[in-house]
Design a protein around this ligand. Structure first.
Ligand code: XMP
Length: 518
C-alpha cells in the first residue's frame, strides 16, 4: 500500500532480528518494511521513505566483503538509526574507527544515558539493555557525539542530530531491552516525524476499498483451512464483496475431532458466507493406502489437495480471482524486485498449505494479508469478528493428523487419534496451559505393547504426548507439564480409548528433534 502511510524501512544486513525490528516499528502504528541492505537510494526516494533502520548482522565492518549499503545512503538526507552492525557501519563509513573489542559483550547491561534528547527523550538516565557484539566503536566520526555508555562500551549510543543519523550498540527491538520500544518510538515520531496511522481500522477501510476496486462485479474463490489466516481473509473479503466470495473447504479426513463441523457452522451460521464443503476423505485415504514415508505422505496429500481443488473449482464455472492468506514473512524475499533477503533455509520438511496452490491454475491472486505479520493478522481477525477460539489456536499442520499417525494412515487410526487428541487438548485447556504452550498434541505410534487391564493381558497401541514451548517454531523446548496433569491425561486416555494401553511423554527439544514426529 505505497504511501497511504509514512514508510520506515529496515535494511537487512543479515540479522536474526530484522523482521522483529519491523514488527516493533509497526507496534508503534507506523508502517515498516524490510528491504535488502543494498537497496538503492533512488528506490528509497521513489518510495518516499521517511526513516531507515540499519539492522545488525554477523559480519565485521572492517572485513573484506562485509555487506555495505548504497554509498550515497549516509548522505541522502533521510533519517537513519543503526543497530549494532548498523551503528558500526555508520561510524566506519563516516570516518570513525571500529575494532574488535577486548572481550565480547553478550547479555544484559546497564545503559547510562548521557544525552536525554532525541532517541532518549522522556526516558530515565539509566536503562537496562541487551548487548550482543564482538566489535566496538573506538572513535567517532566528525559531528557525532556519545549519547549513552555502559561499563564495557563507551559508545553504546551515538548520534548527530544535525544529520539525523543515530546508532545504538545494543538491541532496542528485543524484550530484554524493556524500554527499547520507547527508543524506537522516539526515532520514528521525534527524529523522522512520522504519524502513527498504521492501525487495524485504517487497514480494513483501505483494503475494503482496494478489494472492491480490483474485483468489481467478479467472483473470488477462497480455499479455507479453518486456520487463522484463511479465516481472516474470508472475513475481510466477505466484508468487502459479500456474496461474490465463495469459500471452499476441502475436508481431507485428517482434521481434529468435530473440527469440520465447527468450521461449517461458523461460516454458514455466523458469517453467512457462501460455503462449499467438499468431503474428500475417501479419496485421500485410498491414495495413502500402504504409505508410511513422511515425505511421501506430504507429497500425496499436497498433490491430492490441488487436484481436488482444481476439479471442484471447475464445477463452479468461470471465477477469475483466488484469495490467499499469504503473510509478509512469506513474501519478503521479493520485497524489492530482483533481490533476495536472508538465506534460503535448508529444506527439512516439505510443508503443504492451502496457500500453496499453483500459479498455473490461471487465477489472478488476491492476497490482502501480504503486508501483515502473524500478530497483526490476529488483531485484524478479532476486529473482523473471527471468534477468539480460532484466533488463539495453536498452529496445526496442513496435512493434519496424517503426520501425527506414524506409519499407515487409516480411517480407524485417525478416529483413535482424534479421540486421544481431544482428551490431551481438552485437559491442557482446563489446566489453563493451552495458551502458555506453543503446541500440544498426541501422536499415534505404530507399535503395540503389552499391558494388563482387570485380570486380562492386553496388546494395544501406544500414544505419545507432545507439548512444546517456542516463540517461532524454529526452536522449541519440551513443556514442563505438571505431573498431575500428565497423570490425568494418561488415565483418561487408557480408560476412555479402548485401543490404547500406554501413554509416553516426549521430552525432546528442537533441535535435534522437530516439533512434529514426521
Ligand atoms: P517441525 O515439525 O518442522 O514443525 O518442527 C515446525 C512447525 O511447522 C508445523 N508443520 C507443518 N505445517 N505443513 C504445515 O502447514 C506441514 O507439513 C508441517 N509440518 C510441520 C508444525 O506443526 C510446527 O508448528
Amino acid at each position: 500500500m505505497p504511501n497511504q502511510h509514512d514508510l520506515i524501512v529496515v535494511l537487512d544486513f543479515g540479522a536474526q532480528y530484522s523482521l522483529l525490528i519491523a514488527r516493533r516499528v509497526r507496534e508503534c502504528n507506523v508502517f515498516c518494511e524490510v528491504f535488502p541492505h543494498d537497496v538503492s537510494v533512488e528506490e528509497l526516494k521513489k518510495r518516499e521513505v521517511k526513516g531507515i533502520i540499519l539492522s545488525g548482522g554477523p559480519a565485521s565492518v572492517y572485513e573484506d566483503g562485509a555487506p555495505k549499503p548504497d554509498p550515497k545512503l549516509l548522505t541522502c538526507g533521510i533519517p537513519i538509526l543503526g543497530i549494532c552492525y548498523g551503528l558500526q557501519l555508520i561510524a566506519k563509513e563516516l570516518g570513525g574507527e571500529v575494532k574488535q573489542g577486548k572481550k565480547r559483550e553478550y547479555g544484559k547491561a546497564d545503559l547510562i544515558i548521557d544525552d536525554q534528547s532525541n532517541l532518549f527523550a522522556g526516558l530515565d538516565n539509566q536503562l537496562q539493555c541487551w548487548m550482543s557484539h564482538g566489535d566496538t566503536v573506538i572513535s567517532l566520526p566528525e559531528g557525532f557525539k556519545q549519547l549513552a555508555h555502559t561499563d564495557n562500551t563507551k559508545f553504546a549510543a551515538i548520534g548527530s542530530p544535525d544529520k539525523k543519523i543515530f546508532g545504538v550498540q545494543f538491541h532496542p527491538e528485543v524484550v530484554h531491552t524493556p524500554k527499547g520500544i520507547e527508543i524506537i518510538k522516539n526515532f520514528v515520531y521525534v527524529v523522522c516525524g512520522v504519524k502513527p496511522t498504521w492501525t487495524t481500522k485504517n487497514f480494513i477501510e483501505e483494503q475494503v476499498n482496494l478489494i472492491r476496486t480490483k474485483v468489481g462485479q467478479e467472483k473470488v474463490l477462497l480455499a479455507l483451512s479453518g486456520g487463522v489466516d484463511s479465516t481472516t481473509v474470508a472475513a475481510l473479503l466477505h466484508k468487502s464483496i459479500g456474496d461474490q466470495l465463495i469459500c471452499m473447504f476441502i475436508d481431507q479426513g485428517f482434521m481434529r475431532k468435530n473440527e469440520a463441523k465447527k468450521i461449517e457452522s461458523l461460516f454458514l451460521s455466523k458469517f453467512k458466507i457462501n460455503f462449499i464443503h467438499i468431503n474428500a476423505a475417501a479419496k485421500f485415504f485410498s491414495q495413502l493406502k500402504g504409505v508410511t514415508d513422511p515425505e511421501q505422505k506430504r507429497k500425496i496429500i499436497g498433490e491430492n489437495f490441488i487436484r481436488t481443488f482444481e476439479i471442484e473449482a471447475k464445477k463452479l464455472g468461470d471465477i477469475p480471482y483466488l484469495g490467499q492468506g499469504t503473510l509478509y514473512p512469506d513474501v519478503i524475499e521479493s520485497a524489492v524486485p530482483g533481490t533476495t533477503i536472508g538465506k534460503v533455509a535448508k529444506k527439512i520438511k516439505t510443508h503443504h498449505n492451502v496457500g500453496g496452490l499453483p500459479e498455473k491454475m490461471g487465477f489472478k491472486l488476491i492476497e490482502p494479508l501480504r503486508l501483515l505479520f502473524k500478530d497483526e493478522v490476529k488483531t485484524l481477525g478479532l476486529e473482523l469478528g473471527v471468534p477468539k477460539e480460532i484466533i488463539s489456536r495453536q498452529p496445526f499442520p496442513g496435512p493434519g493428523l496424517a503426520i501425527r499417525i506414524i506409519g499407515e494412515v487409516t480411517e480407524k487410526r485417525v478416529k483413535i487419534l482424534q479421540e486421544v487428541d481431544d482428551i490431551v487438548v481438552g485437559e491442557i485447556k482446563i489446566a489453563g496451559l493451552y495458551k502458555k504452550v506453543w503446541q500440544s498434541f498426541a501422536v499415534l505410534l505404530p507399535i503395540r505393547t503389552v499391558g494388563v487391564m482387570g485380570d486380562k493381558r492386553t496388546y494395544l497401541n501406544t500414544v505419545a504426548i507432545r507439548a512444546v514451548t517456542s516463540s517461532d517454531a524454529m526452536t522449541a523446548d519440551w513443556a514442563r507439564l505438571p505431573y498431575d496433569l500428565l497423570e490425568k491425561i494418561s488415565n483418561r486416555i487408557v480408560n476412555e480409548i479402548p485401543e490404547v494401553n500406554r501413554v509416553v511423554y516426549d521430552i525432546s527439544s528442537k533441535p535435534p528433534s522437530t516439533i512434529e514426529w514426521e
